[in-house]
Design a protein around this ligand. Structure first.
Ligand SMILES: Cc1ncc(COP(=O)(O)O)c(CN[C@@H]2CONC2=O)c1O
Length: 407
């Protein structure tokens, strides 16, 4: 397996080469959003500088070129996640909109009052609130599978709750708060054995590990461009064709129709039937460029690099007296959530920021999970392809200062 040349990777990210309060920036907030490599910046700038126009209906050259790049991005993303066909890739604003699309379209059309949507304690608000809204509108019920004290989500903790009343399993691939990697294949096989479809909130996976929707066997997979070295404002809902095909439109407007009269309108097939209005053209092209850039790296080498950083950060932080790592599941993505006996997460985040280190302090849009651990917040360091062991040292040294200040 070839190792990652991190310095060469870092050279692609202009933003990383700056100082914060006179210290080198150590950007360790990748679970919140990742930085953008030069090829993504260039692709978006080139679109706006040389061929930008509205897509699909234009008869002029620029519109055709713009459409080719936009639809080309869709095909690139379809290949990246090994989707059977690119028509199953729907562009959304992000994972949140992708999940809301399924709740609103699939949920309202195919879930019955009294049926259950099964989620887990690990979920991000984006995979909790849309189901609560559906419950309040439609009368479905929500069931929550528990995680263990160490942040592990055992497959049986989920599968034993799948019954004849379960209409959908909606589950994270990787916890953004703890890093827990969920045993999706096992859970999906059990759900399918009972005829229950599975939606995956895949937000935290594509930048860190190969995502193969066919190998996973899932029915819907949602993710955001800004987490995987692409721009904000663009994300993807991938769905199995036979499900997308029978789902009613999510939003009405232009682009998603064949014809409109005041009496009625006829709707396009997926993906365009779910893409009302002018799409995020430049952002979709940027996401396609991010996928091309990421695909240029050996994803196994990326995963190994990040795992090495996770192990080193776990070792260094565990050595700090009074620091408590929250979530020690195996396997785990390169995310370390922790508290310190002596200081509040926000104080910790502020102090390490003065040392040039960017981490997240808060509930990470996973308040129920925080509550489950009796916490209101943690500090979260989350690593990406461009992070280094030197940056782990920068964090650990700054936390030592926190300990001395508040100890
Ligand atoms: C697991 C998970 N699901 C859904 C979302 C929502 O994605 P969008 O905001 O792109 O729709 C996030 C974002 N992660 C949050 C964002 O900030 N910090 C986090 O950990 C996430 O980590």
């Amino acid at each position: 397996r070839n190792t990652l040349d991190v310095e060469r990777v870092r050279a692609d990210f202009p933003i990383l080469h700056q100082e914060i309060y006179g210290k080198p920036l150590a950007y360790l907030d990748n679970a919140a959003s990742s930085q953008k490599p030069r090829p993504v910046i260039n692709a978006m700038t080139e679109a706006m500088e040389s061929y930008y126009a509205n897509v699909h209906r234009g008869v002029h050259r620029l519109s055709q070129v713009s459409t080719d790049h936009y639809e080309g991005a869709r095909e690139t993303i379809a290949r990246f996640i090994n989707a059977p066909k690119s028509d199953e890739v729907i562009f959304t604003r992000g994972a949140t909109e992708a999940i809301n699309l399924v709740a609103s379209s699939y949920g309202r059309a195919f879930l019955k009052p009294g049926q259950e949507v099964l989620i887990t304690e690990l979920e991000h608000h984006a995979n909790i609130v849309p189901w609560q809204m559906l419950r309040d509108q439609l009368g479905i019920k929500l069931r929550v599978a528990p995680v263990d004290d160490d942040g592990t989500l055992r497959a049986e903790a989920v599968t034993e709750l799948i019954g004849e009343n379960t209409g959908l399993v909606a589950i994270a691939h990787i916890s953004n708060a703890l890093g827990t990697i969920v045993p999706l294949q096992e859970i999906t096989a059990a759900a399918h054995a009972k005829g229950v479809p599975v939606l995956v909130d895949g937000c935290q996976a594509p930048p860190h590990q190969k995502v193969d929707v066919q190998a996973l066997g899932v029915d819907f997979y949602a993710f955001s461009g800004h987490k995987m070295y692409g721009p904000t404002g663009i994300g993807v809902l991938w769905g199995r064709w036979d499900l997308l095909k029978k789902m009613p439109p999510y939003q009405g407007g232009g682009e998603m129709i064949y014809s409109v009269t005041f009496e009625k309108s006829t709707f396009k097939e997926p993906p365009h039937g779910f893409e009302a209005g002018t799409p995020a053209i430049v952002e979709a092209i940027g996401l396609g460029a991010a996928v091309d850039w990421l695909s240029g790296h050996d994803l196994d080498a990326v995963a190994a690099h990040e795992h090495k950083l996770l192990a080193y950060a776990t070792e260094r932080l565990s050595a700090i007296e009074g620091l408590n790592i929250i979530g020690r599941a195996e396997p785990k993505a390169a995310i370390v959530s922790f508290t310190m006996d002596q200081a509040h997460p926000h104080d910790i985040g502020t102090i390490v920021d003065r040392a040039g280190v960017a981490v997240r302090a808060g509930h990470h849009c996973a308040q129920p999970l925080m509550e489950r651990y009796g916490l209101s917040a943690t500090v979260r360091a989350s690593f990406g392809i461009y992070n280094t062991e030197q940056e782990v040292d920068q964090l650990a040294d700054a936390l030592q200062v926190v300990k001395e200040l508040f100890g």
